[in-house]
Design a protein around this ligand. Structure first.
Ligand SMILES: [Zn+2]
Length: 288
């Protein structure tokens, strides 16, 4: 497969849904902010708007020092479009919103594999709902290679917990989303990681059980947004002396099946395929 053909695994969805970015642009963008090389198989592209914000925020010679990547499963663009009031605290706490298409099939292991490798499924190798350990390079490999301390906080046996194993990363696997969130805050306060991934599967679980717009699901969506806002305040308090980044990085969206009343995803439709990635950058406060 030549490079152009391989990149089609990302760009064809951008064309279908009329968006300028792919979720696979996330890792090259972070690598750019950090001054790291992108993973070997990455075909995503560093996002100019985020790079420019990094330059103006950190200074021409400055670089990112600490990053917290919050991953709310299945929160798609359709929710952002339909519930702007609920998303207002997220918009107010981030500078850049990148509307992007994910990859096919739009299921969690396939999508997060692309987000953290920059590679389309045809290259990273997970092309169905399965959770093998990913063999291509990821953000975590290049960060660890550069001496960064990396932690992945997630729920037991979820995709993120399983597919990025066997790396120089500390894995913290909790029994549910609430425990994962509480543990993320504990890590922020009591450790010195440079990159923390924090997975939140609460909206996705509710979507599958009760539909994407049930009272329970909308409450789970609001809880994820509130968690992001809480992490923004906490990262300012704990990481105030560092150039820092907080992101809101969902894997895919979701849609309801009118016959069952339940939600799902995995298909090549807008509701499953288009998500928003939010970036919040802050400059280190001068040390006294
Ligand atoms: Zn799901």
């Amino acid at each position: 497969m030549d490079l152009e053909e391989a990149r089609l695994g990302l760009s064809k969805h951008q064309q279908t849904f009329g968006v300028d970015y792919s979720t696979a642009d996330f890792t090259p963008t972070l690598c750019g902010l950090w001054g790291l090389r992108p993973p070997t198989q990455s075909l995503g592209r560093a996002i100019t708007a985020v790079q420019e914000l990094g330059h103006s925020c950190f200074g021409a010679a400055g670089q990112l020092e600490k990053a917290l990547v919050f991953c709310p499963d299945a929160i798609g663009d359709v929710l952002w479009e339909d519930y702007p009031g609920d998303f207002a605290p997220l918009t107010a706490n981030s500078e850049v919103r990148i509307k992007c298409s994910t990859v096919m099939p739009s299921v969690t292991p396939v999508c997060f594999a692309s987000i953290f490798s920059g590679a389309p499924p045809e290259i990273h190798g997970i092309q169905a709902y399965s959770k093998p350990v990913l063999t291509v390079e990821t953000l975590f490999d290049v960060a660890a290679e550069a001496g960064k301390q990396v932690a992945i906080v997630s729920s037991n046996n979820c995709s993120i917990d399983k597919i990025f194993r066997d790396r120089k990363v500390d894995y913290f696997s909790l029994r549910n989303a609430e425990m994962s969130f509480e543990f993320t805050k504990l890590l922020l306060r009591n450790s010195d990681y440079d990159l923390i991934i924090s997975y939140d599967g609460s909206y996705d679980s509710s979507l599958h059980k009760t539909g994407g717009r049930s009272g329970e699901s909308l409450q789970a969506m609001r809880t994820s947004i509130a968690r992001f806002v809480e992490l923004a305040g906490l990262s300012d308090a704990i990481w105030g002396g560092f150039n820092r980044l907080l992101t809101f990085t969902p894997d895919h969206g979701g849609h309801d099946n009118p016959e069952t009343g339940r939600g799902g995803h995995g298909t090549d439709v807008y509701d499953d395929m288009v998500v928003n990635h939010f970036y919040r950058l802050r400059q280190a406060q001068p040390k006294h």
